[in-house]
Design a protein around this ligand. Structure first.
Ligand code: TYM
Length: 333
């Protein structure tokens, strides 16, 4: 039997290079060898209170971008989290064995509290429980995600193992973060520090749907400095980030070329950024053109969503039936 893979992306808007290189690109490669489920985490995105119109628009956008990025609905199951209500039921059960102390210690939760102190809702604190349910509901063992999700995977194992111990069963499997490269990636943003992410602002992100003009503009405006003044000087974070981005979209020769110029204090950031922008345009071109083609085919998108809901629902219903039995929830009439 093939191992199962699950991964998801919140429906907070367009997908960026961090989502692509952190999760999607690995997932696309896994489709041939594993039983794959890829979903849009619209319930998770409710933690930030999107308006109803924005929610449905972004969910549809993310489905199209998944397809454009190469997720093949013939090989994988693509679905929307809220189309599978069993996930929400499992979340209720698993919340009974998740402790406030451990949830409050999660790094992603602490970041959210720091960034949005006025919206520390219960959904936010139990975010890792819902995420664990996404994974456990299909008995997945591999989860292609970026570095930022590693702790959530550890919590998923904790919750699954705790359930097994509590009910004295060997039911949930352990799932591990997965990447084809030797380590999980963190794609930096263009704003000089931290990771590429919507919460760091649009200027920090290159979206898969950005036009070449927009990509060029954003890269040219990326934070840099006045340049090295000593030979072989260590790179400050903002410059290292741009080099890291280049190593993802450019050839090793190109990276080496600019590295040498940097080390000799001969680098001109204008040329460096121009090259980076052109390589980003090239790297995103196939996805960008497919997004346009797919968005014109409403019937196809709807069919993918419907079939995905059926396939994911079937897997989820089987798990919930078994979980209810294990917990002792029975119909008494
Ligand atoms: P989200 O939408 O924040 O991120 C989706 C995926 O993109 C990866 N990612 C990055 N990887 C590398 N560098 C970056 N700058 C970067 N930014 C985002 C994330 O690691 C993630 O893989 N909580 C999940 C959504 C989710 C999920 C799940 C994932 C809900 N349930 C079950 C896997 C399995 C998240 O972070 O979404």
């Amino acid at each position: 039997m093939k191992e199962t893979v699950v991964s998801g992306i919140r429906s907070t808007g367009k997908l960026h290079l961090g989502n692509y290189y952190g999760a999607l690109s690995n997932f696309v490669k896994m489709q041939n060898d594993y039983n794959c489920f890829f979903f849009i985490a619209d319930l998770h995105s409710l933690t930030t209170h999107p308006t109803p119109g924005d929610l449905s628009r972004t969910v549809r956008q993310v489905v199209m971008e998944y397809l454009a990025a190469g997720i093949d609905p013939e090989k994988s199951t693509i679905y929307i989290q809220s189309d599978v209500p069993e996930v929400a039921e499992l979340y209720l059960y698993m919340n009974m064995n998740a402790y406030l102390g451990e949830l409050e210690r999660a790094a992603a939760f602490k970041d959210k509290v720091r960034d949005n102190p006025d919206n520390v809702n219960a959904g936010l604190v139990t975010y890792p429980v819902l995420m664990a349910c996404d994974i456990l509901i299909h008995h997945a063992t591999k989860v292609p995600v970026g570095k930022d999700q590693e702790q959530h995977l550890e919590m998923t194992r904790t919750f699954g193992n705790r359930f097994n111990r509590l009910y004295n069963v060997d039911y949930f499997k352990e799932a591990f973060a997965f990447s084809y490269s030797d380590k999980l990636v963190k794609i930096p943003g263009l704003d000089g520090n931290g990771k590429m992410g919507k919460s760091n602002g649009d200027a920090s992100c290159i979206y898969l749907s950005d036009t070449p003009e927009v990509i060029r503009k954003k890269v040219m405006r990326a934070v840099s400095d006045s340049g090295p003044t000593e030979m072989n000087q260590p790179k400050p974070e903002s410059i290292q980030n741009l080099f890291d981005l280049m190593s993802i979209v450019s050839t090793p020769d190109t990276v080496e070329h600019f590295n040498e110029l940097y080390n000799k204090c001969e680098i001109r950031y204008g040329d460096f950024k121009k090259q980076l922008a052109e390589d980003m345009v090239l790297a995103t071109e196939p996805v960008r053109s497919r997004i346009e083609a797919i968005s014109a085919d409403e019937e196809y998108v709807q069919k993918v969503i419907r079939i995905g809901a059926e396939k994911a629902g079937e897997s989820a219903r089987k798990t919930l039936k078994e979980v209810r039995e294990i917990i002792g929830i029975k119909k008494l009439y």
